[in-house]
Design a protein around this ligand. Structure first.
Ligand SMILES: NC(=O)C1=CN([C@@H]2O[C@H](COP(=O)(O)OP(=O)(O)OC[C@H]3O[C@@H](n4cnc5c(N)ncnc54)[C@H](OP(=O)(O)O)[C@@H]3O)[C@@H](O)[C@H]2O)C=CC1
Ligand SMILES: [Cu+2]
Length: 461
């Protein structure tokens, strides 16, 4: 690590503990021109060269005897009580608690709150705990959220190149301590939904296409299981998920219409569902993309080679010269094209859900993309299924190979959503809904508001 020469005016930072976090933090601090003193229970024990050049190694007491108001506690919270003997030296200083929770939903006070109780004469700041030792060492930039409005710690984090955010008092420390333990919290519900839907469709199709033909006619379709069945379940999941993205918005509109106001909270389940739309949409995109890749691979399967050869042989034996069927040609071209277009539009949607892309759009552009393009892709996907199934659904023989129930399920929801959306666009719904959304329903402030927003009404509706 290249160290910056010491100068007297540099801020002095003390770190208690000599573990991984302490080492990484001291390197980073040195690189950014801070003076660092590390306090260890036993500085003699530490091998030379463990800490970067310029970092002073002392006993805990020795480190605290120097100046510097900032003290980082790079210890596990179990060991905080061992610092109680240093209480006089720590009083009046800022203690930065970098610890994380050991498990979720612990009872009682958070680590930082307990520390504050132990050292009532020091001010405790929670922060830096979301950064890994690796981030600190490699110079990667990340956000360090912290609580307690202690400007010197904010300034220090900024000096280290982190975007620091002040999130309030120590009572907010629990959420910060638990944050590194969470495993994709916002993805749990959507992932579970995807998995349940996939299992349902997969099992149903396997039952219908593999097990039933076997029991009925001793037909061996077991080879469908790894690819064909998966590829039939995936589009159904993708369509249902895409409908689930747009359904809560419709329900919310209906609820607002029914209540006649937007100033009432939605029920919790609807709130949570609304918040999961992005994840549901991305998972729908994943299923659709997988379906596309699977479908492209259908023709390179061994089985399809054999099937073409067998069909060709049958055809030669039967003396058929030309087996071109015009309707089948149209059918396949139409369903392929609408499917590809639908996936393309979904791609754009997925891209705009990336925070960096989404932030570059203004609100109107964002809703145009998310709502306008979203419904377009829903229409295209529905067209894809309809074109695909136009003969299957109505011919009794094919009934055994494709499944009207799955076919229907993956169509009923999207069609309901599309019809609902269409109904809400009718003036009898859209006009009152717009009034509600603009907050015009309350009598007292009506004239004032109307004057203010008149200009925008026609452009926006
Ligand atoms: N490592 C990481 O990536 C991150 C760590 N953190 C937090 O930083 C804190 C320290 O983590 P880390 O550096 O990885 O841990 P380490 O185990 O590497 O270091 C802990 C240090 O605590 C001191 N210590 C050990 N046992 C005792 C004891 N019985 N009594 C007093 N002091 C003791 C030791 O220092 P000495 O022997 O010199 O006294 C030791 O070096 C933890 O609270 C952790 O949650 C937060 C974010 C990321
Ligand atoms: Cu398809």
């Amino acid at each position: 690590t290249n160290s910056v020469p010491l100068s007297v005016g540099d801020p002095m930072v003390c770190i208690l503990g000599s573990g991984d976090f302490s080492r990484s933090l001291s390197s980073r601090l040195r690189c950014c021109g801070c003076r660092v003193v590390v306090g260890s229970r036993d500085p003699q024990r530490l091998p030379p060269g463990l800490f970067p050049e310029g970092v002073e190694l002392k006993t805990q007491r020795g480190a605290l005897e120097g100046k510097g108001s900032l003290v980082f506690l790079a210890l596990y919270p179990e060991h905080y009580p061992s610092l109680l003997t240093l209480r006089p030296l720590l009083s009046g200083r800022i203690l930065v608690d970098v610890s994380n929770a050991s498990s979720l939903k612990q009872e009682g006070l958070s680590n930082a709150q307990r520390l504050a109780q132990m050292f009532p004469c020091s001010s405790v700041v929670k922060g830096f705990n979301g950064l890994s030792a690796w981030t600190l060492l490699t110079g990667a930039y990340d956000h360090s959220r912290q609580v307690s409005n202690e400007l010197s710690v904010l300034a220090l984090a900024q000096r280290l190149g982190f975007g620091a955010v002040d999130v309030g008092g120590l009572s907010a420390s629990r959420a910060l301590e638990e944050a590194p333990l969470l495993l994709f919290p916002s993805w749990r519900g959507p992932l579970l939904t995807t998995m349940l839907l996939f299992s349902f469709f997969y099992l149903y199709i396997a039952l219908k296409n593999v097990l039933m033909p076997f029991l009925d006619r001793a037909e061996n379709n077991l080879h469908h299981l790894p690819l064909i069945t998966v590829n039939q379940a995936l589009p159904a999941v993708a369509l249902v998920m895409l409908s689930l993205v747009y359904m809560p918005g419709l329900l919310a509109s209906v609820l607002q219409l029914y209540r006649g106001t937007k100033y009432k909270r939605f029920p919790d389940w609807l709130d949570q569902w609304m918040c999961a739309r992005k994840q549901l949409g991305l998972l729908s995109f994943l299923c659709a993309a997988l379906h596309a890749v699977y479908s492209v691979c259908l023709s390179i399967r061994r089985a399809s080679g054999y099937m073409i050869l067998n069909a060709a042989y049958q055809q030669v034996k039967a003396g058929v010269v030309d087996s071109w069927v015009e309707t089948q040609v149209w059918r396949s071209d139409l369903y392929l094209s609408s499917g590809i277009l639908g996936l393309g539009v979904l791609c754009v949607l997925a891209l705009t859900s990336l925070p960096s892309v989404g932030q570059a759009l203004n609100w109107r552009e964002f809703t145009f993309v998310q709502s306008g393009l979203g419904y377009t892709s829903l229409v295209l996907s529905v067209a894809h299924v309809l074109f695909f199934g136009w003969d299957f659904a109505f011919l009794p023989r094919a009934y055994q190979y494709y499944l009207p129930p799955v076919f229907l399920l993956s169509l009923v929801l999207p069609c309901c959503v599309l019809i609902g959306r269409f109904l809400l666009l009718l003036p009898c719904c859209s006009v009152p809904l717009n009034r509600i959304r603009r907050g015009w329903e309350s009598k007292q402030n009506k004239p004032e508001r109307e004057r203010q927003e008149n200009g925008a009404v026609f452009g926006d509706v």
